[in-house]
Design a binder for this molecule. Structure first.
Ligand code: UDP
Ligand code: MG
Length: 317
């Protein structure tokens, strides 16, 4: 029996590029005759005509299924919806903007067939076409998170990968609300082959990630996969207490030896402000974890489906 490959494509305001993507992808699907395909387009609350295009593609081509959210839930939620609903033996995640070249899919499938790997993932070796400041912060982020968390997060790793069913089931079992897929992929293990490729620019349309959005996403990644910031907060506390003991000793001895003319209130103010800042900083770190816990504990759904042409879709999950 033929194996099925599901391809999950999160789309947010992609009207300019979706048809171009479909053309290229259907070419690849037609060429891989040894597989059946499910092209699972996830409309993440687009405000343009992305949904209309999906409906038309679905009419035209029975392989095209779409799931449309009731609003924008973010790319992580879109990928999760894809994982929950994909039926394939192999499952791929791919961006709609052709930055993830469909042309390398056959090679990825061959690697899985060989039985040597459970997933084939892609990694950018250059960041050409990206603003230098963004590349700089991205590199800093990967260096930091790999130092302070136990999971391996590969620099330049894309979300574009092809996986076996076992791996997808493991990902779906991660029902956490604050998702950071790059961390989850690393956490669950399995044998992964890395395919390097050159960065290409978007075929059309614009990136949906502002610098601020990426920054918040990277903080999410750190909080979700490391308890190090909490440890730093407590170590700062211990160090500050140690220093204050030394200072107390110094003052007591000075008083005994030299008496104590009233002076030194400016340094008092500095110290008070310094420790005030330190305390607020540590409280802030705890607040970050607490707010994540708050959201997890509420068990809100990751996404809500407004419309779909796929049977047996989990409408809320
Ligand atoms: N995307 C999404 N929801 C969002 C933002 C982005 O589904 O809230 C999708 C988007 O349509 C694209 C993919 O995620 O298919 C990657 O987005 P983009 O190309 O803007 O990111 P970049 O490649 O610049 O990192
Ligand atoms: Mg892109």
């Amino acid at each position: 029996m033929k194996k099925t490959i599901s391809i999950i494509v999160p789309c947010y305001n992609e009207e300019e590029v979706l048809t171009i993507y479909y053309k290229e992808m259907s070419g690849v699907m037609d060429s891989m005759t040894e597989y059946d395909f499910e092209l699972l387009l996830i409309n993440d609350g687009s405000k343009d005509h992305t949904l209309q295009i999906m409906r038309e593609l679905g009419e035209q081509d029975k392989r095209v299924k779409y799931i449309s959210f009731s609003r924008n839930f973010g790319k992580e939620a879109a990928m999760y919806a894809g994982f929950c609903n994909a039926v394939g033996d192999y499952v791929a995640v791919m961006d709609a903007d052709l930055q993830d070249p469909p042309a390398i899919l056959p090679e990825m499938a061959v690697s899985l067939e060989s039985g040597e790997y459970d997933s084939v993932a892609t990694r950018r070796v250059t960041r050409r076409g990206e603003p230098p400041i963004r590349s700089f912060f991205a590199r800093m982020f990967y260096r930091l998170i790999n130092k302070i968390s136990d999971v391996d997060i590969v620099d330049g790793a894309r979300d574009y990968r092809l996986m076996k069913r076992e791996m997808v089931d493991a990902i779906v079992a991660f029902s956490e609300y604050n998702r950071f897929s790059k961390g989850i992929f690393g956490w669950i293990g399995f044998r992964t082959r890395w395919l390097p490729y050159e960065n290409t620019e978007r075929a059309a349309g614009e990136t949906k990630w502002s610098f601020w959005k990426l920054f918040k996403y990277s903080i999410d990644g750190i909080i979700n996969f490391s308890q190090m910031p909490l440890a730093i907060a407590s170590w700062l506390g211990v160090t500050a207490t140690g220093i204050s003991f030394v200072m107390i000793l110094f003052i007591v001895i000075r008083k005994i030896l030299y008496g104590d003319p009233v002076s030194g209130w400016p340094s008092m103010v500095c110290i008070t402000v310094f420790f005030g800042g330190l305390i607020l900083f540590c409280l802030g770190i705890m607040g970050q974890y607490l707010s994540k816990m708050y959201l997890e504990v509420k068990h809100r759904p990751h996404y809500i489906v407004g419309e779909t042409n796929k049977e047996d879709t989990k409408l809320i999950s």
